[in-house]
Design a protein around this ligand. Structure first.
Ligand SMILES: CC(C)(COP(=O)(O)OP(=O)(O)OC[C@H]1O[C@@H](n2cnc3c(N)ncnc32)[C@H](O)[C@@H]1OP(=O)(O)O)[C@@H](O)C(=O)NCCC(=O)NCCS
Length: 150
């Protein structure tokens, strides 16, 4: 398995992986526009056959605060540590930037708990976090769980 920063060549595979999970309602869809705009946020896991095994993104939100987002591992490759390794790589990037607090909004609290995240009240996050939520079909009735790691 190779872990590296995402490139344009990965966008279509990321789009399809995320869209398939979004259709099941387990994560939010990401438009191609968003994927291109946030391409530099993303780390991918590429399998030996060159196919996308997983993706994750780290999006800077505010002073020393970043969101871990767009976490998705191919259905047949889950529970092999790929997701955890992607988050580790994202946090290595974050460390270089000086990120001190990571948060996520998720339906998979057990995964993030295993990585040291703890559940918090959504209201504890700065208002800026909600800027992008306005475009979400679930807004304003967000049922995702907010978690942080300091
Ligand atoms: C969430 C997701 C990215 C995790 O990736 P993954 O590669 O399967 O996770 P890992 O193998 O690195 O798991 C690390 C640890 O997290 C925990 N964990 C992961 N998935 C879990 C689950 N479904 N239930 C309980 N614990 C889980 C376990 O402690 C696991 O360690 P273990 O396998 O040694 O017990 C993946 O399951 C996925 O793509 N899910 C569908 C999309 C989604 O829900 N994305 C999250 C949106 S925020």
């Amino acid at each position: 398995m190779i872990y590296r920063k995402a490139t344009f060549a990965d966008v279509e595979a990321i789009y399809e992986l995320v869209a398939a999970y979004a259709e099941q309602g387990v994560m939010l869809a990401r438009s191609r526009n968003t994927l291109y705009e946030t391409l530099r946020d993303m780390v991918v896991a590429i399998d030996d056959d060159g196919t996308l095994a997983g993706v994750g993104g780290l999006h800077v939100i505010w002073d020393r605060l970043a969101e871990v987002r767009t976490m998705a591992v191919s259905p047949h490759k889950r529970r092999r540590g790929i997701g955890a390794e992607i988050v580790k790589r994202l946090m290595e990037d974050g460390e270089q930037l000086g990120i001190e607090k990571y948060f996520t909004l998720t339906y998979q609290p057990e995964f993030f708990k295993s990585l040291g995240f703890v559940v918090i009240n959504k209201e504890e996050l700065p208002h800026k976090v909600w800027k992008e939520c306005i475009d979400c079909p679930k807004f304003p009735n967000c049922d995702e769980i907010a978690m942080v790691k300091v």
